[in-house]
Design a protein around this ligand. Sequence first.
Ligand code: EPU
Length: 409
Amino acid sequence: MDKFLVRGGNILEGEIEVSGSKNAALVAMPASLLFKGKIDFLNLPEIEDIKRMRELLSGIEAKGEIDLDIAKRFRASILTVGPALARFGKAVFPHPGGCVIGARPIDVFLEGWENMGAEIEAAGQTAHGTEVYNIKAPHGLRGCDHTLRVPSVTGTAGLIMTAVLARGTTVLRNAAMEPEIAYLEEFLNRNGAKITGAGTHTVIVEGREGELLIPKEPFIDPPDRIEAGSFAILGALAAKKLKIKNCNTHEISSLLSVLQNAGAYLETGTNYIVVGKSEHLNAVDVKTQVYPGFATDLQAPFMVLLTQAEGQGLIHETIFEGRLNHIEDLNRMGAKIALCDPHRAIVSGPSKLRGKVLESPDLRAGLAYVMAALVAEGESQIGNIYQIDRGYERIDTRLRSLGADIERI
Ligand code: EPU
């Protein structure tokens, strides 16, 4: 198993280009099932989650079935169910796995599909203990007026894709407003779908009654806003001057204003950010929220930054209940973080971090460990880096080009 060996203390400097967005791509790729013929996806990052999605979709295209073993391994597999149901009238799928960051139920999807006329039954467990569902729409899917219980990002995307082939109009209320939804709408509309409202709380989809889309224009993956944000935090933590190129700056405006309040050196253009360590970082409070609020995916890296800021900063994680798993390890490295309850932690800084042997608990916390290791004294070993490779393309090589001492062993 590969590990990262990181020797801390180097000051980073240079330019880094943001890759295509993991989540925008994961949300849009399953829409390929709604097309008659092949549709291209361009600028996709070379990361594990995208490889899994490709593998899963080519299986569905070839056999009309969702491969349970692949699907159960990553959360985004649930995105293939709606399009598969819309196309084939039925699907068998597992309860999806993925990062261990909370319960991650799928009720939003199930309720939406039921409201569109699908019948769902829990079909028990496989030999490996995977929970499996049978879903079918014997009378076809019909448009409906549906309110999502929570504004789930993948839930919204999944229901939009299902509704594209349904009979009649679907109104989705309390929809997620994340940019990934707007990118999906734009892509589908350029290929003949009729969707409005993406990026607001109400999305309206005019169904095509089973008529597949005809491929016209490819999906061009936009820059990854979470990668851009992670690099911005890294710059504020460890760089003399870091230029982050190819980013949609407005998509991380919440993070940038918090970084500014914390005293980081920051210069922004519409598609680039220059960020650097300042003489003095002060603690700030952060509450994760749905877009355009502070993204939960940036919470773990930001916590590392707070360990180097002066004063006490409160981190309030409102989106996932299991996403403060990184505290114990950061404390082992020398941080002073007190967990108040499953959603809140207080970071007191600044503290000197020391290199340790660590295991990446999930994708975003994994990158946070790399960042902590880069500012720590001595050497760290980070295991389970499959989790980091799931979401960040060749992160070791790219960080090395900025002067980081990181090796894959
Ligand atoms: N939720 C439910 N029921 C559902 C679906 C979600 O209760 O049926 C709850 C979740 O438990 C959570 C909240 O709703 O408390 C929000 O979750 P959401 O469904 O929006 O998350 P997601 O769609 O599964 C996407 C990203 C995540 C990102 C979240 C929040 C993809 C493939 N994943 O997940 O990305 O954290 O939105 O912005 O787009 C990551 O990239 O590391 C990652 C975890």
